[in-house]
Design a protein around this ligand. Structure first.
Ligand SMILES: O=C(O)CCC(=O)C(=O)O
Length: 284
């Protein structure tokens, strides 16, 4: 396996916001160390342990492209807010990731919500995922210079080149917009998000990336969390999974991010209402 020759910047979780944003802007992705404390990471791993065992690798959509994309020996599942309170407290509401998201996504819309929270546990022997851009989920909304989605890959176990650390084509967020579905990239433009457990790689919806090949004997345990601007429909239907009684037990901001709140544009437009009122009034 060829090691990438490009590198991503690695910063501490208490690095100045401006430094994190500058690295993200320069490279399209930035690794932040200790994004999850040891206790928080262990709590998430414990909460999800049974599901990780129960879900079979591979997805079952019947669509070849989608199943290839998901990986035939990769365990994926969503609904993390319904499965883990620690996910809500430490990943969904992660102070560093949400502060970065405030800066990056508030240019495209007044607010944002959860796109998906997804375990991505890449299994031994899994080939590299084809390189892609997350914003291509919403082709009609893609525009040069406008970020509509942002992601963080949390490392729940150590990420190494051998076990499938995410491959990032450094600087590719600046390439012209357009569909990317499997391109060749030379090793000198690829960085692998090698990082110890607890770190996270925050990356632009425009940057070209994909899970690396797993040539090791172990699963690479990743957890992807992404947000999308509030006027677009997320990949995951969170409020159909986190029901009203579950939502009632969560902090207000978590509820909003999970779709139990409405969207208000600067110009007075209001969407996702309940009887013309903000959905958050359901919890008054
Ligand atoms: O697992 C990874 O490292 C990246 C996966 C990814 O980019 C995706 O499935 O959208």
């Amino acid at each position: 396996m060829m090691r990438g020759m490009a590198e991503l910047q690695v910063l501490d979780r208490d690095a100045p916001l401006a430094d994190i944003l500058a690295a993200l802007e320069a490279d399209g992705g930035v690794i932040v160390r200790d994004l999850l404390s040891d206790d928080a990471r262990r709590a998430i791993v414990d909460d999800l342990a049974d599901d990780l065992e129960a879900f079979a690798p591979g997805s079952k959509s019947g669509m070849d492209l989608w199943e290839t994309f998901h990986g035939r020996n990769t365990v994926r599942f969503c609904g993390l807010a319904a499965r883990s309170r620690a996910f809500v407290d430490h990943a969904l509401l992660n102070p560093v990731f949400t502060t970065v998201t405030d800066e990056v996504l508030r240019g495209a819309g007044a607010d944002y919500w959860l796109n998906t929270g997804q375990v991505m546990a890449v299994g031994p022997g899994e080939p590299a995922q084809y390189l892609h851009r997350d914003e291509n989920n919403w082709p009609e909304a893609v525009a040069d210079g406008r970020e509509i989605t942002i992601s963080c890959m949390f490392a729940l176990s150590d990420f190494t080149v051998a076990n499938g650390a995410t491959a990032v084509v450094v600087g590719s967020q600046r390439r012209p917009s357009g569909l990317v579905r499997g391109i060749e990239a030379s090793p000198d433009e690829i960085a692998y998000a090698e990082m110890p457990a607890g770190s996270g790689m925050i990356y632009s919806g425009k940057v070209i990336h994909g899970a690396g090949e797993n040539t090791s004997d172990n699963f690479r345990y990743g957890m992807h969390v992404s947000f999308v601007t509030g006027w677009l429909r997320p990949e995951e239907a969170s409020p159909l999974v986190v029901d009203r009684s579950m939502a009632a037990a969560l902090p207000e901001r978590a509820r909003q991010l999970l779709g139990w709140g409405s969207y208000h544009t600067e110009g007075g437009g209001r969407t996702w209402l309940v009887d013309f009122e903000d959905a958050s009034h359901l919890f008054d």
